[in-house]
Design a protein around this ligand. Structure first.
Ligand SMILES: CSC[C@H]1O[C@H](OP(=O)(O)O)[C@H](O)[C@@H]1O
Length: 345
């Protein structure tokens, strides 16, 4: 299995694979300040709920490093500004807020220590978040493999691989686990307009490991489902409500409707860090709207008329009644979702 170093923190520099450039070029984006990390998340140099969380955690490390020579009062004030900026870098993936809250709690719990000692704890905690995510994903892969038949055709949406996490992936991690445990699988990957995470990133990951697969335009999926060509659909998540409603990349909801109509199993694969235990339903999830150029241009080439207005929500919400199960590192959650999700807390 090829190691994909989506995120690497070394000698006080955060190295990110620049996912805006893949698969045409493999470039590394370096962050030396927390403001550069904020930019990297906003501009989707790095993307994917768990990857965003881990990246933000290292952004907190860079902030603490920057303020090491502050007085304690200045340190806490400057750190709060940094935490607040990073927390707002993208609104939908709850892993970001979870990571920032974990760092904020750590600082609060250790405020009697010296600035330097607090920095050391922050540094260790960021590595913990990073390493925990990799272990979580591998555990999810094992649980998810339980629902993959020995011979199966799998449909994926967006990118849920190593590039969306600290490593291995969520839904694509289940694909990896099935592939490397010898199952006869085939993957159809939705290209996933407008940012093409499937066509650029998932396709790149699948080719890296020569996993049998084909890339499809998003509009092809419904026909494959109708014609009985898909055995199971695996998608990721950015925020899951207590009732199981799930926010994920735009186009996921549409897939779930077609899957339900033709009785194809539709699984969310997500770590428990993607569950928002503070919200009851998907109606409470903020859906990020991104710039119009993501829709009017492809690789900076205009494809829509000048002046055309655009609606570009980056996510949608799949209602829990369309979801067969939620594959987490703690096992597969099935309905009744609220009762069973609360057991994960
Ligand atoms: C494993 S989480 C991946 C999740 O994040 C993606 O969104 P984005 O590429 O905008 O960060 C998409 O919703 C994926 O399912």
């Amino acid at each position: 299995m090829k190691e994909i170093k989506t995120i690497e923190f070394k000698d006080d520099i955060l190295y990110l694979i620049d996912q805006r450039k893949l698969p045409i070029t493999y470039e590394i984006f370096q962050c030396e300040t927390y403001k550069e990390v904020d930019f990297a998340i906003k501009d989707m140099v790095v993307r994917g709920a768990p990857a965003i969380g881990a990246t933000a955690a290292y952004g907190v490390v860079l902030a603490a490093k920057e303020f090491l020579n502050n007085s304690k009062d200045e340190f806490f004030k400057n750190m709060e500004e940094a935490l607040d900026l990073l927390n707002k870098s993208r609104p939908t993936a709850v892993n970001l807020m979870w990571a920032i809250r974990r760092m904020r709690n750590l600082i609060e719990e250790n405020k009697e220590l010296s600035v330097n000692d607090i920095y050391e704890k922050i540094r260790i905690e960021a590595d913990n978040i990073f390493n925990e995510d990799i272990q979580t994903n591998k555990q999810m892969g094992k649980h998810g493999n339980e629902v993959i038949p020995e011979k199966a055709t799998i449909l994926t949406h967006c990118n849920t691989g190593a590039l969306a996490t600290a490593g291995f992936g969520t839904a694509l991690g289940v694909v990896r686990e099935a592939f490397y445990t010898g199952k006869d699988i085939f993957v159809y990957a939705d290209e996933t307009r407008p940012r093409l995470q499937g066509g650029r990133l998932t396709a790149w990951e699948l080719r890296q490991e020569e996993i049998p697969s084909k890339l499809i335009a998003d509009n092809v999926a419904a026909t494959l489902i109708r014609d009985g060509k898909i055995d199971v659909i695996l998608v990721g998540a950015d925020r899951i409500a207590l009732n199981g409603d799930t926010a994920n990349k735009i186009g996921t909801f549409m897939l779930s409707v077609v899957a339900k109509a033709y009785n194809v199993p539709f699984y969310i694969v997500a770590p428990t860090t993607t569950i928002d235990f503070d919200i009851e339903t998907g109606e409470e999830i903020e859906i990020e709207e991104r710039g119009s150029e993501e829709v009017t241009h492809i690789e900076n080439v205009r494809i829509a008329p000048e002046g055309m207005d655009v609606f570009n929500p980056a996510f949608d919400v799949t209602p829990s009644e369309n979801i067969t199960g939620i594959i987490t590192e703690k096992g597969i959650v099935r309905p009744p979702y609220r009762e069973n999700i609360l057991k994960l807390k």
